[in-house]
Design a binder for this molecule. Structure first.
Ligand SMILES: Cc1cc2nc3c(=O)[nH]c(=O)nc-3n(C[C@H](O)[C@H](O)[C@H](O)COP(=O)(O)O)c2cc1C
Length: 165
C-alpha cells in the first residue's frame, strides 16, 4: 500500500506521531510519504494563534505536492487541536487540496486538555468529505501519551485494521 500523510505541527507533537505512524506502516511493508504543511502567516503569540483558529481563519501555506495523489492507496491528515478546532494552516490545506473523488483518507489529531478533539476531527472529516474523500478512520492522541510507543502502536493497530482493507 502507498500512503501519503500530510501533517501540520507547531511544537512537534503531531510531527512525532506522523513519524511514528510512518515507521509503523513501513514495518508492515507499506511505502509512506510524509509532507509537512507549513504555515506562512503564523503569529508567534499563543493567544493570537488560538484566536485565529477560534475565528476559523484560513492560513496561507507553502505550496504542497498535490500532483500525484492518485498514486496513493490511502491519504492521511494530522494536526493539533487548536481552540476546539484546527490551525488556520490546516484550513488552508483543506481549501487547497484538489477534489478527492472517492479517495480513502484518515485523520488524526493530537491534543492537550482534550477539549474540542471530537469537534476538530469531525470538522476536518466534513471538509474532506465535501471534497469527495471517503474518510475511513479518525484517531486522537493526547500529548501526554506521545512518548508511549506501545500505546501509540495499539492506536495505530486499530487504525490499520480500517485502512488496510
Ligand atoms: C494556540 C493553541 C490552541 C490549543 N487549543 C487546544 C484545545 O482547544 N484543545 C486541546 O485539547 N488542546 C489544545 N492545544 C494543545 C495542542 O493541541 C497540543 O499541545 C498538540 O499536541 C500540539 O501539537 P503540535 O506539537 O504538533 O503543534 C492548543 C495549543 C495551542 C498552541
Amino acid at each position: 500500500m502507498n500512503v501519503k500523510i500530510f501533517y501540520y505541527s507547531f511544537t512537534g507533537n503531531t510531527q512525532r506521531v506522523a513519524q511514528e505512524l510512518k515507521e509503523f506502516l513501513s514495518q508492515k511493508g507499506h511505502r509512506v510519504v510524509l509532507e509537512k504543511i507549513v504555515s506562512l502567516d503564523e503569529p508567534s503569540s499563543f493567544f493570537k494563534q488560538g484566536m485565529r483558529a477560534f475565528l476559523k481563519k484560513t492560513g496561507q501555506i507553502a505550496p504542497l505536492d498535490f500532483g500525484n495523489l492518485q498514486d496513493f492507496d490511502c491519504l492521511g491528515l494530522g494536526f493539533p487541536v487548536w481552540a476546539l478546532s484546527f490551525p488556520p494552516g490546516v484550513r488552508g490545506f483543506l481549501k487547497e487540496i484538489p477534489p478527492l473523488a472517492g479517495r480513502k483518507f484518515f485523520v488524526f489529531a493530537t491534543f492537550g486538555s482534550g477539549l474540542g478533539q471530537t469537534k476538530a476531527l469531525d470538522e476536518a472529516e466534513d471538509s474532506l468529505k465535501s471534497k469527495g474523500a471517503q474518510v475511513v478512520g479518525k484517531i486522537s492522541i493526547p500529548s501526554s501519551k506521545i512518548e508511549g510507543k506501545e500505546w501509540l502502536a495499539s492506536q495505530f493497530e486499530e487504525l490499520y485494521k480500517i485502512i488496510a482493507v
